[in-house]
Ligand binder design. Structure first.
Ligand code: 1HN
Length: 361
């Protein structure tokens, strides 16, 4: 029904009263807004930041001694909380990054949720993550997927603690107000077998079990062993001779990203000059599997070594330089930006001069 004259009445107030009237009626005038809604280029709240392994790991170890994991707490996780985000436990506005610590004999109980997660193993052995009945063994450098709404629990049957990086699209799914969560009726879900998903792709390239392609709503491959990743990087480096070579973890049935809402990649840096400076929309979290070097982010130098984690905000200019051969695991929100036609990159003709060096806490 159209609005007719009877529904409206004239308000005759001065400017100050008008402003007061707007505020008390939950209205905001665009002309008086303090925040810049449309900056000419992205103005992220996410700060470039770095967490040192030498700081984080001892704290995780101590948590392992004094904090138990039972129903309720569920996981011993230290979130990399970006100080630009006003106390939120997020690494960037779209990505969750954290360190998870699981001691020998411990088990993190089974549950599922709509945010998708990846586990990237940093240290330890003798752990498997069961994903919908498939017990995925975990070794350093391996990537394990726990796609949205899959049941997952983590079990350490070994004699040493394990530490891995948790990456989730949690901040994005929270923004979309679409989080659902459910506990499994059992602490540990029944196991159908070990590393089952790898049978799909390792038996014969280009051949999958008939019907597998149509039934999958997420990547049917759940475990990406480091040995394969390393071999692929080795070959790429040998073929191209490039300082920086990268592989993307994909869903083998579609060629799309292994997790639809964030990209997973591994980059290998060879000691040489600084790489070309690039900026792109969207944020990335880097996990240094091994090696050392530095990255310059918007003119600030970040020195990194094995086990460190750092984040690059949207549209920041980034280049890298390795001191020794280095493997960096990276997650980014790029698939979301691509899907929304918001993905932009720019290659800068020269390196940003280094104006400051980041002093880690
Ligand atoms: C979660 O389920 C795990 O399953 C880790 O290991 C980190 C952070 C927020 C919400 C759920 C896990 C998480 C999480």
């Amino acid at each position: 029904m159209p609005i007719d004259a009877a529904d409206t009445h004239t308000v005759e107030v001065g400017y100050d009263e008008l402003c007061g009237a707007l505020q008390s009626r939950d209205l905001q005038a665009l002309w008086s807004m303090q925040t810049r809604l449309m900056p000419e280029t992205p103005a992220p709240a996410t700060l470039p930041w770095l967490w040192k392994w030498s700081t984080v790991f001892p704290l995780a170890q101590r948590a392992g001694e004094i904090v138990t994991i039972e129903r309720g707490g569920d996981r011993r996780v230290l979130a990399f909380a970006n100080p630009g985000l006003g106390g939120l436990p997020y690494t960037s506005t779209t990505l969750w990054g954290a360190l998870q610590y699981l001691g020998p004999g411990e088990s993190a109980p089974a549950h599922r949720h709509t945010p998708s997660a990846i586990r990237f193993v940093m240290k330890g052995k003798g752990v498997y993550t069961t994903v919908d009945g498939d017990a995925c063994e975990m070794e350093p450098g391996d990537l394990i997927l726990t796609p949205q709404w899959t049941w997952h629990d983590h079990n350490n049957y070994g004699e040493e603690p394990m530490v891995w990086f948790d990456g989730l699209d949690l901040p994005l799914v929270a923004t979309l107000e679409s989080i659902f969560f459910e506990n499994h009726p059992q602490d540990n879900q029944p196991v159908r077998g070990h590393n089952l998903s790898q049978r799909l792709v390792t038996s014969a390239p280009g051949l999958v079990e008939a019907g597998a392609a149509s039934s999958a709503t997420y990547s049917p491959l759940l475990r990406y062993p480091y040995a394969d990743t390393s071999r692929a990087l080795e070959r790429l480096h040998a073929e191209t001779g490039e300082t920086l070579v990268s592989v993307a973890y994909v869903n083998p049935l579609t060629g799309g990203p292994a997790i639809p809402t964030f990209a997973c990649q591994m980059s290998r840096l060879t000691p040489s000059e600084r790489t070309t400076t690039v900026r792109k929309t969207g944020s990335s979290i880097y996990v240094v599997l091994h090696g050392s070097g530095c990255s310059v982010i918007d003119g600030q130098r970040f020195d990194w070594a094995t086990g460190d984690v750092f984040v690059t905000p949207s549209w920041s200019s980034v280049d890298h330089q390795a001191k020794e051969p280095s493997d960096l695991f990276v997650i980014s929100d790029q698939p979301v930006l691509e899907a929304l036609h918001l993905h932009r990159t720019e290659t800068l003709g020269q390196h940003q001069p280094v104006t400051t060096t980041f002093a880690p806490v």
